[in-house]
Structures are given as C-alpha cells and as structure tokens.
Design a protein around this ligand. Structure first.
Ligand code: PLP
Length: 405
C-alpha cells in the first residue's frame, strides 16, 4: 500500500484548513473526498470532449460515448457483475432504489404483498418502499435489531412468507456501522424464490462487494461515497429482472421507435437511462474505481479496521461517552453520545477545532427511535484518515466535556 502521506497528497482538500486548524474530515459516511485523478478526469471530459453521448456521429460525441460505455464496463468488473447490460447508471443510491421501487412495484406488487426491510435502513431504503406500498396497497415489514445494533436473523426468517415479494436490505448501517449478514439474508430469501435488493451505499466504500458471490438480485450505490463525483449512481440488476421490469422514466435514448400510436423501448441497459445522463460523472466514477483498485480493496479494509480499533479504544477511555452499535463486524463508523451534552453542542465545538463529524439521525430515524435517542455524533473514517487525527478528535471531545463541566 502507498504511504499514508502520499495517499493524503492525492486528495487536495485534505491539506486545507478550517478556522485556521488543519481539516480533520470524519464525515466520509456522508460523502468522501475526491482524489486528484477523479478531479482531473472530470476536468478532461469537460475541457476536451464534452458532447452528448449516444446522439452524435461527430468525433466528440463518439469519444464521450466510448468513455461512458467503458465506465460501465469498469463498474461491471468492480462489482463482479456478469454483463454490462446489467449496469444502469442513475443519479445515486436514492435514484436507484426509487427506480426499482417504482418499476419492480409496477410489474410484481399487488394488494397485501409484503416487502421486508430492516430497522437499520437509511430513509432512502424505507420511503420509496412505503410510497410503493401506498400505491399498491402492499405492506412493509421490518426486521428488528438488538441492543448492539444487529438484525435478529431468526425474526427475519419468521417474516419471510408467500406474501413476501422483495427483501431490501443495507449491506452496512450508515448510522451504527453494523455490517449485515447479507449473503445469509439472500440465501434464505432465495430458498423461497424471493429476490433481494442490497443497498451498497456504505458497503461499496469499504470495499466489500461482489454481486455474483452475493447472488444479489439488485445492488445499488452512489459514486460520491466511493471517491467519485456526485450525481452519479449505479443500479445493478440481474438481467432477468431488468428485462421483465418496465421503464420508470420516459424520454430520449430509452426508446427504440416512437410514434403517437405506440413506442417501443431500447435494449438493456438503455431502457432505464432516459434523457441526457451525467456522463462526466460516470467517467469520473470509473477513475475513482481505478484509484480504489490501485490502493487495494484489502488494504483499505485492513487500514480502516485498524483505525476503527484505535478510535474505539481511544473513545471508550473517555468518561461518559457511550457508543451505539457494538459488534465486531463493523465498517469504520462510530456513533456516540456524551452524557448530558447535546450532540449538536459536541458537533459544533468539534467543528471549531477543525474536526468535521456528522450529528443528527443520519437519515436513519428508526434506528434512533429504536434506541430512544434523537440522534448521535457520528465519526466515519476512511483509509486516508490517520491515528493522529483520531487523537485530535479525542482531545476535542475532552475539550467539549471540560466546557460543559
Ligand atoms: N443508503 C445508505 C446506507 C446511505 O448511507 C445513504 C447515504 O448516506 C443512502 C442510502 C443515500 O445515498 P445518496 O444520498 O447518495 O442517494
């Protein structure tokens, strides 16, 4: 693995100051910073071959289309999908889940059917299903979690029934860090011929994805959470499903033939890509995936585990600090509260010290409700963070405490 000092040089923003203090960026669960190669790639698209894809016969359009399709192939290889036809570009995880909720819902869901989610889901993997249930008079069922933030597998098995039409589950909780036993969840669902959508928004960032090994029916993620640009996301779907599902948006490029009497649709994956796609971001995403591959996904996991262990032991030494989500198998996220100190006070003081953490529900209000709290302070680390930064965080938390003592 590259030296950490060299890795940090790859990310221009990491050398900036905030309130005259070196930036300590611990909000990677919300969005990650971008390496120079991603910034340069998007810049190169816009300065040298910007042109609408799949539309023109001129040189610029050819080049843009070629790079966009190359990006699709790189995404396919990265997540180990079988075919490029199974890779649909979207605006992000939210866009991908809404697409499936609408399209799968239209095709397969009827009155009294059930969709299973877990208590750990981000709002993006709850609300689109609720909207679909409202449209179709279907029901949302929820797998409960225990006090450590783990899903109760036996309860999940009890929820599976003939009425279940889909399981939609996150690979890792953005609120607590819990890694879910997704493979086992999928295996149990498949034993009853029920498809599974995996929300990979957090999982992908920490290098844990192989859709073929998982046997996921759908796998979705956002470019901006894996060091790529915002405004681009991926919907992987098994060919069988994507073929049977109707398009969820109509417009240019998703059609084969249009007349006022009847329109026929384009082949996969274009059937699901209506209008001008965010091709500079898709090409930028491919650059991000190449960067992650260069650093090494195993190296990333190892380094982030080390940071998680170090940060957990440092934070647990702080009197009055309680961590939510206490299992071994976690991504590098720590959610905590300080006794008698409001999370926003903690977050605001840390900010003044140059430390960026997230405070609130993390768009996972049901998780907070489960613990009877209104939110937490979340530290989300990634491989470019350092133990020294964790020391700055720990000292900052001590300072917060002393200010409220
Ligand atoms: N799912 C999970 C687990 C997330 O952590 C997030 C974002 O934090 C999302 C979905 C939504 O991602 P986006 O806002 O990029 O669509």
């Amino acid at each position: 693995m590259k030296e950490i000092s060299d890795i940090r040089k790859d990310f221009p923003i990491l050398s900036r100051k905030v309130y005259d203090k070196p930036l300590v960026y611990f909000d990677n669960g919300a969005t990650t910073q971008k390496p120079r190669c991603v910034i340069d790639t998007v810049d190169e698209v816009l300065t040298t071959y910007n042109s609408n894809i799949h539309r023109g016969i001129h040189a610029l359009s050819d080049k843009a289309s070629e790079e966009y399709e190359k990006a699709r192939e790189e995404v396919r290889a990265f997540i180990n999908a079988g075919k490029t036809e199974e890779i649909v570009f979207t605006s992000g995880t939210t866009g991908s889940i809404n697409a499936v909720a609408f399209s799968f819902g239209e095709r397969y869901i009827g009155r009294d059917d059930e969709i299973i989610v877990s208590n750990l889901e981000h709002h993006a993997n709850i609300v689109p299903w609720q909207m679909m249930c409202e449209r179709k008079n279907a029901k949302l069922r929820v797998i409960p979690i225990n006090d450590n933030g783990e899903v109760l597998f036996d309860e999940y098995l009890k929820l599976l029934s003939k009425k279940t039409k889909l399981v939609a589950i996150t690979q890792a909780s953005n609120a607590l860090g819990t890694i879910l036993p997704v493979k086992e969840i999928i295996r149990a669902a498949h034993s009853m011929n029920i498809p599974v959508l995996v929300d990979g928004a957090q999982g992908i960032q920490h290098g844990i994805v192989d859709v073929s090994d998982l046997d996921a029916d759908f796998y979705v993620f956002s470019g901006h959470k894996i060091y790529g640009p915002t405004g681009i996301g991926v919907l992987y779907g098994k060919e069988k499903w994507l073929t049977e599902m109707p398009p969820y948006q109509g417009g240019g490029d998703m059609v084969e033939n249009v007349t006022f009497e009847k329109t026929t649709y384009n082949v996969l994956p274009f059937k699901f890509e209506a209008g001008t796609m965010n091709f500079p971001a898709a090409i930028g995403l491919a650059a991000a995936l190449r960067y992650v591959t260069l650093i090494g996904r195993e190296n990333i996991r190892e380094r982030e585990n080390e940071l998680l262990q170090y940060a957990t032991s440092r934070l647990l030494q702080i009197d009055g600090l309680k961590i939510y989500g206490n299992i071994e198998d976690k991504i590098s996220i720590i959610s905590f509260l300080l006794k008698d100190i409001h999370m926003y006070d903690t977050g605001m003081i840390l900010d003044k010290l140059g430390v960026a953490v997230r405070t609130g529900t993390h768009c996972a209000q049901p998780v907070m409700d489960r613990f009877g709290i209104s939110g937490t302070v979340r530290v989300s680390m990634c491989f470019y963070n350092t133990k020294e930064e964790i020391d700055v965080l720990a000292a900052g938390i001590e300072k917060v405490k002393s200010m409220f003592a």
